[in-house]
Design a protein around this ligand. Sequence first.
Ligand SMILES: Nc1ncnc2c1ncn2[C@@H]1O[C@H](COP(=O)(O)OP(=O)(O)OP(=O)(O)O)[C@@H](O)[C@H]1O
Length: 694
Amino acid sequence: MVENERLRQEMRRCEAELQELRAKLAAPCAGCEHSQESAQLRARLAQLQLEVAENKSMLSELNLEVQQKTDRLAEVELRLKDCLAEKAQEEERLSRRLRDSHETIASLRAQSPPIKYVIKTVEVESSKTKQALNESQTRNQHLQEQVAMQRQVLKEMEQQLQSSHQLTAQLRAQIAMYEAELERAHGQMLEEMQSLEEDKNRAIEEAFARAQVEMKAVHENLAGVRTNLLTLQPALRTLTNDYNGLKRQVRGFPLLLQEALKGVKAEIGQAIEEVNSNNQELLRKYRRELQLRKKCHNELVRLKGNIRVIARVRPVTKEDGDGPEASNAVTFDPDDDSVIHLLHKGKPVSFELDKVFSPRASQQDVFQEVQALITSCIDGFNVCIFAYGQTGAGKTYTMEGTPENPGINQRALQLLFSEVQEKASDWEFTITVSAAEIYNEALRDLLGQEPQEKLEIRLCPDGSGQLYVPGLTEFRVQSVDDINKVFEFGHTNRTTEFTNLNEHSSRSHALLIVTVRGVDCSTGLRTTGKLNLVDLAGSERVGKSGAEGSRLREAQHINKSLSALGDVIAALRSRQGHVPFRNSKLTYLLQDSLSGDSKTLMVVQVSPVEKNTSETLYSLKFAERVRSVELGPGARRAELGSWSSQEHLEWEPACQTPPGSTRAHSAPGSGPSSRPGSIRRRLQPSGKSRPLPV
Ligand SMILES: Nc1ncnc2c1ncn2[C@@H]1O[C@H](COP(=O)(O)OP(=O)(O)OP(=O)(O)O)[C@@H](O)[C@H]1O
């Protein structure tokens, strides 16, 4: 049975392989790949045929075995039948003997006692016989069981035989089918090989034909090349001659090259010299242009006036409240931006200043007006910009502004940075800042470690006549970030010192002092310009409104310093012989930035509302007083002469005062010869440190 199963599996495998072979034979194939596959198929076919033959022999062996088993079975059946017949005979014999014994017993019973004895003996023998009978019956029984068993085995074997027969028939049928299949595959393969052979022959024929054509063409080409070769030979000869000529020339080339190089080098040297002299000329022109630009710039500032007063009116804010008191009392002249009209107690009053900014003016508009002054600081001029006005009129807004909309202070520093950067190729600049406060005529350093300490203004010990503040901190700034840090530090110092900062700041002057020091890299010329940005204390007249005690003292100090400032500016503007700088700490501190060729601008801050008209009137009168000391055109020319002379001192030895200029009002320290301070400042030797000049 196991063998049968194995054979069946083998047959199934053969069948699967045949299927596969059939599929491969059916698939389209090409070239040598096909022939390779065909060879493989042929080998596989042979193997399969071998396997089929093996299977067949195994099948015949199996048949033989079945036949042998059938024969043995028939033999067993025969033996069994013999056994049964023997048993039947034995039984028959034994029953016959039993019957004889019974009869003998009965006849003997009818005889005498000796006979009885015999009977007894017989009876004894009879029981033995019975026992033998029983035994033979038991054996018979056992044999019958064995026969039944054998029969059962026989039956099973018959069934097995039958199924073997069936299987054999099936296998035979399958083998026949496989053989047919193999036959067909073989036929197919032969056909395939035949067609491949034909294809191959065809391809060979075609290739041969092509090769013949190509060969013909090559022969033709060869003939052409031969003809060309014949014609090229003379050209080759010419070329060889040329080549030999060139070779001779090349031998002489280094000499020629050296000569040519010598010539070119000489030309280049000459060209470099020409370029150098051109560069020198250009540098000279550039310097002259630079000087001219400076002159033009100063001329522009001069035309605008050395001391200028402008007004800025702030917008009405919600702090001004509602009602008639908060109504607008200020109007402007649409045709003249230097005129402002104020309606005070029902009476119109007009003022004329250098420029008036309406509430619509932006921080940038105002800055534009002061921009030229700030850039002149880079050229070594001292500049003062003041914000003047009553408390809440917008002084701090104009000078400091807000973080989103910064005022003059930050914009000025930004402008200085960008200007300095533009000139970085020719100049080296350092910008430093100091911040100070004057409260009740006491000067304090806002950037120092001890802001509460009072500082003094002293004469420079070097005998130059300049003033300085010992201990005033100077910070070097290089970016807007640095400025912000400095401002923040100054602000912190102020806030930690005073509980009511707003009130305090209204009553103190805040100064931001920016010093720009430059060195011209090509000439070594040094300049120092100072920009003083001052947020003045509130100008309202507290003293007149009956203030007492500390408020009165504050008011007196403020009034004193503000009127001292007014006096100084008026004296400078009218070129008085004596300028009262020492009348207040503020003017004393700013002395060198207010005198000489310094430039000053006062921004008068104005509140537009009705309730502030008295203070507004006072502020505008102050502004007009400062401005009213008019300089005639002659004086202005004289001023121009003084500026020019300074430029000439640096670049040209001679200076000329323009004709018609008058020096009647010139202060002793403002003429060309009496400005040693400013000239010294410009000619300071490189790297020499000195106390901050004030
Ligand atoms: N041009 C302006 N545009 C918008 N708001 C302004 C302008 N000027 C001033 N302000 C606002 O008016 C208010 C008062 O201004 P600011 O504090 O600058 O006055 P001040 O004169 O410096 O006062 P104090 O003397 O007390 O320091 C502030 O809220 C400020 O923002």
